[in-house]
Design a binder for this molecule. Structure first.
Ligand code: TXA
Ligand code: MG
Length: 343
């Protein structure tokens, strides 16, 4: 990958001036701001239209001092960092008091991630000499699909007034992974162990190979005390109604929808229906599927069909992150449209 250093330097200056910069990571594009600048942090919530109690992740450079941001760090966090950083794993730790509580939505924890994407890494190494932190949620409006190209970011924010907008976009082409990082909560490790808040490309069995046991899944009791990604059952949602259909029901559902004269688009994997401008085939392997998923959802959303059908996927570990996103993307439509699936 060619890295345009001059552009990264412009982005560093903007961040140091308190402005907002969108940049590529290996997962999705982030909307970055200085983690030590309250105005910049507030601006991120405003631009994304994000509820202010929905916490932000701080991105740090390789080798940065995590004790600056977090306290009471369990030994297991260091082992996980040694194995998976830089990379697509976000660790939730106890928040150091110097970290603004606006970042964590008022909670006593903080999310930290050291991305592996060369543009993100260079940005973080240069920003405040590698000692700063960049808060960066995915660079989309709250609830919509995360961006995996610079054009997606432009599409999200192009209509905004210059007073309330993204100041600069670093273009790094398409993000290699394509879905957001795995989030593991270690902030209550001594009492609750490791808790998986969001599955991603780094799977729970990979984490277990380091920790010696599978992380816990988030359950209702834990919900009460933390506000996390898992709170939102509907998220990553296209504007077009979207449902998942198992391959055995697919033909019946398609025939039924055709009888109703609905315009249907389909993301298939194994179904083998003839391709058209309305039927997209995504790869059989989970990694390649994830890489293409969000761009496909965005382009099908633009077709303004009546419905997007998605062929249901395997339930093995490697598909967990993708299934999580599709479950949230389809959540509200499924509630309303499930009777169609009995067709
Ligand atoms: O891959 C990623 O993680 C991307 C790239 C840009 O790094 N970022 C991302 O950020 O997905 P965002 O804000 O869209 O999602 C971060 C999730 C949120 O759902 C938030 O609830 C959770 O992380 N989170 C952040 N800090 C937390 C904390 N202290 N406790 C619990 N959950 C936290
Ligand atoms: Mg997001």
């Amino acid at each position: 990958m060619i890295i345009d250093l001059a552009k990264i330097i412009v982005a560093v200056r903007k961040l140091e001036e308190g402005k907002l910069v969108a940049f590529p990571t290996e997962t999705v594009y982030g909307l970055g701001g200085d983690a030590e600048n309250t105005l910049a942090i507030t601006q991120i919530y405003a631009v994304k239209k994000r509820p202010i109690n929905h916490p932000l992740i701080i991105h740090i450079a390789p080798g940065a001092d995590i004790n600056f941001w977090a306290i009471d760090i369990p030994q297991q966090a260091y082992v996980l960092m040694a194995k998976f950083w830089p990379g697509a794993l976000t660790l939730i730790l106890k928040r150091a008091s110097r970290v603004s509580s606006i970042i964590s939505g008022g909670q006593d924890s903080v999310g930290l991630r050291c991305p592996s994407h060369p543009i993100a890494q260079t940005l973080l190494r240069l920003f405040k000499g590698g000692k700063g932190g960049v808060v960066a949620p995915s660079a989309n409006k709250f609830g919509y699909i995360s961006p995996t190209t610079a054009q997606h970011v432009r599409d999200e924010f192009s209509n905004m007034s210059s007073l309330n907008s993204v100041d600069y976009i670093l273009d790094g082409g398409q993000c290699p992974i394509g879905i957001e990082s795995t989030i593991l909560d270690l902030s209550r490790f001594t009492t609750h162990g490791a808790i998986l808040l969001r599955p991603g490309q780094i799977t729970i069995d990979q984490i277990a190979s380091v920790l010696g046991e599978l992380p816990q899944k988030l359950h209702n009791k834990l919900f009460m005390s933390s506000r996390t990604s898992g709170m939102y059952e509907s998220h990553y949602t296209p504007h077009t109604p979207i449902i998942q259909v198992t391959i055995d029901k697919l033909l019946n559902v398609l025939m039924y929808l055709a009888k109703c004269n609905f315009v249907v688009t389909l993301i298939q994997r194994l179904a083998g229906l003839p391709l058209s401008d309305k039927i997209v085939t995504l790869p059989v392997q989970a990694e390649q599927y994830a890489h293409n998923l969000y761009a496909t959802l965005r382009s099908l959303d633009q077709k303004k069909a009546d419905i997007i059908l998605v062929e249901a996927l395997p339930e093995t570990f490697e598909w967990q992150g993708i299934n999580d996103r599709l479950r949230r993307a389809t959540f509200s439509s499924t509630k309303i449209l499930s009777s169609l699936l009995i067709a």
